[in-house]
Design a protein around this ligand. Structure first.
Ligand SMILES: NC(=O)c1ccc[n+]([C@@H]2O[C@H](COP(=O)([O-])OP(=O)(O)OC[C@H]3O[C@@H](n4cnc5c(N)ncnc54)[C@H](OP(=O)(O)O)[C@@H]3O)[C@@H](O)[C@H]2O)c1
Length: 246
């Protein structure tokens, strides 16, 4: 994949992995567009990286994803890369949490349906360019799910499956499809308590960029690669091990 001189929409580029990615891509002479729900986080991101542009929206709401896509199409028709990075996680007990179904709906809307919707809305713009790319961000947990994240694992597993079929559907077209599976990364996602095994955003993004440069369609970063291999060799052990982590 060519990593310079693109126009890239990163959903959720106002913190964590998305923000680091925005920094790295701006340094490589790309025009970077980000979005998020919280205006203060978006303004802070712009203060850190003045070259970026932002759009405030909640992609879990279909009409707001439509407004985001319209903004991109009307204002940045050069957009040739879409990175579906924004996501949420709810750490809950499925039966004890009174709001579990409500939380499931928001989590599936954000992590699964919004990326699918944005791909459908933006593909007509992406495909007008000589080279274009769709990158979906998932997790090593697609290979061995954790009981504490009942909807996160399954929303990302479904996105993984959708990404595989999207790649086959587009195999004769100019748009390339990538998926990046991250391990635990030290970002605001962990609300100040990252697991001991978490890697830095810099390492995570640097490995993602290396994988993209090599043109690997599925980029499994560090722990995600180990979990992938262990889950193939000993699925029961992988499931037990991942669920014994703090
Ligand atoms: N951190 C990890 O350990 C880890 C591990 C594996 C995979 N990942 C994946 O990496 C990606 C980025 O995670 P991160 O750790 O960087 O998380 P993060 O720091 O919490 O960033 C999430 C970003 O998404 C935005 N966002 C969330 N919900 C949104 C919505 N409904 N509409 C628009 N924007 C929304 C957030 O902004 P607002 O809050 O302002 O909306 C923020 O900019 C996610 O796909 C996650 O699944 C993370």
């Amino acid at each position: 994949m060519k990593l310079e001189n693109n126009t890239v929409l990163i959903t959720g580029g106002s913190s964590g992995i998305g923000l680091e990615l925005a920094k790295v891509l701006v340094a490589k002479n790309n025009k970077v567009l980000i979005c998020g729900r919280n205006l203060e986080k978006l303004t802070q991101a712009k203060a850190q990286i003045p070259e970026i542009e932002f759009f405030q929206c909640d992609i879990s709401k279909p009409d707001e994803s439509e407004k985001l896509a319209k903004w991109v199409k009307d204002t940045y028709p050069a957009c040739n890369n879409l990175i579906n990075n924004a996501a949420i996680v709810n750490k809950i007990d499925f039966f004890d949490d009174k709001k579990s179904i409500e939380l499931a709906e928001i989590e599936y809307e954000t992590n699964l349906l919004a990326p699918i919707r944005l791909i459908k809305l933006l593909y007509p713009t992406l495909k007008t360019h000589n080279s274009s790319v769709i990158i979906n961000i998932t997790t090593g947990l697609i290979y061995a799910p954790r009981v504490i994240y009942p909807f996160y694992n399954s929303s990302k597993s479904a996105l993984h499956s959708f990404t595989q079929t999207l790649r086959i559907r587009l195999k004769n077209e100019k748009t390339e499809v990538f998926e990046v599976m991250f391990p635990a990364v030290d970002t605001p996602w962990h609300q100040g308590k990252p697991p001991k095994i978490a890697i830095s955003t810099q390492s995570a993004v640097s490995e993602m960029i290396k994988g993209l440069e090599k043109g690997k369609p599925e980029i499994r970063v560090r722990g995600a690669k180990i979990l992938y291999k262990v889950s193939r060799l000993a699925p029961g052990f992988a499931l037990k091990k991942i669920n014994s982590l703090e």
